[in-house]
Design a protein around this ligand. Structure first.
Ligand code: OGA
Ligand code: NI
Length: 357
């Protein structure tokens, strides 16, 4: 059992790893979802067999094929706000090293991880469990370490010092995702008919939050979730998963399981792109299911404009027929919102929609 030195710990904090390692036969009551929010695992009820888009990103670098890739991206963004990418340029060794460092981090004794615990969502480096252990009404079967990651040199010294390889291995993956996200934002801007470099400056100085998530094996995956339905505040999120578990909501409000594809990465549109595109693209609502036998790790890299930079609908996408459907917002506005509201009850993006839309 992980929890060896109780005196060091805040009694209200118990990680999902601690529960799994102690062999609990059932989830504690705080994890039990109301029946309408349970994931209906193993039944076809509420989930559908839909083929989700997978795009070969190497086409973007081939002058004759780039427009085909842009078209595929546009279709995927319109229909799902989601796609997977192959040939994305991040070497498999970098991915493997990142998983390795994350595994070692979550396997550390709980006292070591508690050095970084915080319930303050404005904290640039934060270990935690569920969404926010101090305020969640229902708890989620997830532990996480989140850290600001761009520019790397500004933040990396605050990252975990244990395991000793963490900074180097996760740092390499964070840098590689930043490069990839620039290519993706260019392609997404192009797919909307905007200049390829529409957001270039903001992206160079933009923020990146890397959420490293650990979903340990859960004794009752039918009545709990790893993360509740939500959309990300980011422009886009690049997600790396070690096994299946993510579900996205399609336009008919059905949950669709995202297949695990070896070597692929997942791209999810966030609220900033929904606002920038004036609603032509929507951020994808997603949730995480848990598994009875398998521990799942994921890296969600949330890329956004700088902390205080407001995003608003692109002027080129607004006209007499398409008036701005959203007010502006910054990453910091989102953090303020989630520190004082229950964002499961009302999505942040719904609070900035103009009522005429
Ligand atoms: C997130 C998220 C999904 C996953 O961290 O915002 O949605 O599969 N993660 O871990
Ligand atoms: Ni998310």
């Amino acid at each position: 059992m992980e929890e060896t030195n109780k005196s060091l710990l805040d009694d209200s904090f118990t990680s999902a790893m601690t529960l799994t390692n102690s062999g609990v036969p059932q989830v504690p009551d705080r994890y039990v979802l109301p029946p309408s929010q349970r994931p209906a695992l193993g039944s076809s009820l509420g989930t559908t067999e839909t083929t989700l888009p997978v795009i070969d990103l190497s086409l973007l670098n081939q002058p004759l094929l780039r427009s085909r890739a842009i078209h595929e991206i546009s279709m995927a963004c319109k229909e799902f706000g989601f796609f997977q990418v192959r040939n994305h340029g991040i070497p498999s060794s970098v991915v493997k090293d990142a998983f390795d460092a994350a595994t070692q981090f979550f396997d550390l004794p709980v006292e070591e991880k508690m050095l970084l615990v915080s319930a303050n969502v404005h904290e640039p480096v934060r270990y935690g469990t569920s969404l926010n252990h101090s305020t969640d009404r229902v708890h989620y079967w997830r532990d996480f370490i989140k850290h600001y990651s761009h520019p790397l040199s500004k933040w990396i010294n605050m990252w975990p010092s244990n395991p000793p390889c963490y900074k180097d291995k996760v740092g390499k993956y964070a840098e590689a995702t930043h490069v990839l996200h620039k290519q993706l934002i260019e392609a997404i801007s192009e797919s909307l008919g905007l200049e390829k470099n529409y957001l270039q400056e903001e992206i160079e100085g933009g923020s990146q939050v890397m959420a490293v998530n650990c979903y340990p094996a859960c004794p009752e995956p039918e009545i709990a979730l790893g993360m509740p339905p939500h959309s990300d505040f980011s422009s886009l999120t690049i997600l790396l998963q070690s096994s299946q578990g993510l579900q996205i909501m399609d336009c008919n409000k059905n949950w669709v399981c995202v297949p695990y594809i070896e070597g692929a990465l997942i791209v999810q549109l966030g609220d900033q792109v929904e606002v920038m595109s004036n609603g032509i693209y929507k951020s994808v609502i997603h949730r995480v299911t848990v598994n009875k036998d398998v521990k799942r790790l994921s890296f969600a890299s949330l890329h956004s404009l700088p902390l205080h930079k407001k995003i608003s609908p692109a002027p080129k996408l607004v006209n007499a027929n398409n008036t701005p459907a959203y007010g502006e917002f910054s990453f910091n506005d989102f953090l303020d919102y989630i520190s004082s509201n229950d964002f499961i009850q009302e999505r942040f993006i719904d609070t900035i929609k103009k009522s005429s839309s």
